[in-house]
Design a protein around this ligand. Structure first.
Ligand SMILES: Nc1ncnc2c1ncn2[C@@H]1O[C@H](COP(=O)(O)OP(=O)(O)OP(=O)(O)O)[C@@H](O)[C@H]1O
Ligand SMILES: [Mg+2]
Length: 257
């Protein structure tokens, strides 16, 4: 499998002004294959967002090597889409114009990308809301708009940091399945950060389990459950085996603190 992400011995130390250092990541190494859906789970403060920000080129690493699509990361790039916990839509722009924001930022051909935006919004069930403003949408719908915006320029890699964290359980599960549908159609690589072990197992080809700070990868669990995944996949013994292995790994580490 060709690699989309290749990280070796990545370290990050935050240097505070008062001289106290915070070691956020210690020797993190892993690869993600092209088109693979990989989740990262780990407790709060273990360095997940730090890792994603470094991958997105928004934060410098302290040491180690980092390649995306075969190129060293040295700043933000166009072939990466990012979705954060908050939808971060522009309140004064309508849904369609929010999705088309990358056209202005990257000076793309509006006509070509408008057709893509419409297709994405239709797939995301938002065809009737193109002319609405963000405040007229529910939280889940806003997050779908943010997802469409991240997918517009057909990123090779989609980085998602707790994208459904602010949603209720049911909406969250629905959004997960919608994400899988879009992913199956658009075939980008996804790196998905979550606190929710079941969500990670449900969505992923593989789950990376991170230790508490300084974050290290403790386990890599290949989830070979058949696709398309369905809500009752969760009740199968295989699913339960994967999620309890991850849960145990996280618990054992906390116990050893
Ligand atoms: N800008 C910063 N300056 C100093 N320390 C920071 C900074 N950003 C994060 N940290 C520290 O680095 C560690 C990892 O933070 P990070 O935000 O990556 O955690 P996380 O795993 O995303 O947590 P959560 O699940 O709560 O979002 C934390 O201890 C945090 O206090
Ligand atoms: Mg975070």
């Amino acid at each position: 499998m060709l690699e989309s992400i290749c990280i070796e011995r990545l370290c990050k130390v935050y240097r505070a002004r008062d001289g106290t250092d915070v070691e956020a990541l210690r020797e993190v190494s892993f690869t993600v294959g092209r088109g693979e859906f990989v989740s990262i789970v780990g407790q709060s403060g273990c360095g997940k967002s730090t890792l994603l920000k470094i991958l997105a080129g928004l934060l410098p690493k302290s040491s180690g090597t980092l390649f995306i699509e075969g190129q060293a990361v040295d700043g933000p790039r166009r072939d990466i889409g990012i979705v954060f916990q908050k939808a971060l839509l522009l309140e004064w722009r309508r849904v369609l114009d929010n999705v088309l924001l990358p056209v202005e930022i990257f000076r793309l051909d509006r006509r070509e990308y408008e057709a893509k935006a419409l297709r994405l919004l239709r797939t995301a069930g938002l065809a009737e809301f193109l002319r609405k403003y963000p405040f007229e949408l529910s939280g889940g719908m806003q997050q779908r708009v943010a997802l469409c915006r991240a997918l517009l320029a057909e990123p090779a890699l989609l980085l998602m940091d707790e994208p459904f964290g602010a949603l209720d359980t049911l909406t969250r599960q629905k959004m997960g399945f919608e994400l899988l549908r879009l992913w199956e159609e658009w075939k980008s690589t996804v790196l998905f950060v979550t606190h929710d072990i079941d969500e990670a197992v449900m969505l992923s080809d593989r789950v990376l389990v991170m230790s508490s700070r300084p974050g290290r990868i403790m386990d890599s669990v290949t989830v070979d459950l058949p696709r398309p995944r369905q809500i009752f996949t969760k009740d199968t013994p295989e699913f339960i085996r994967f999620s309890s292995r991850i849960r145990r790994c996280l618990w054992e580490e906390v116990g050893n603190d």
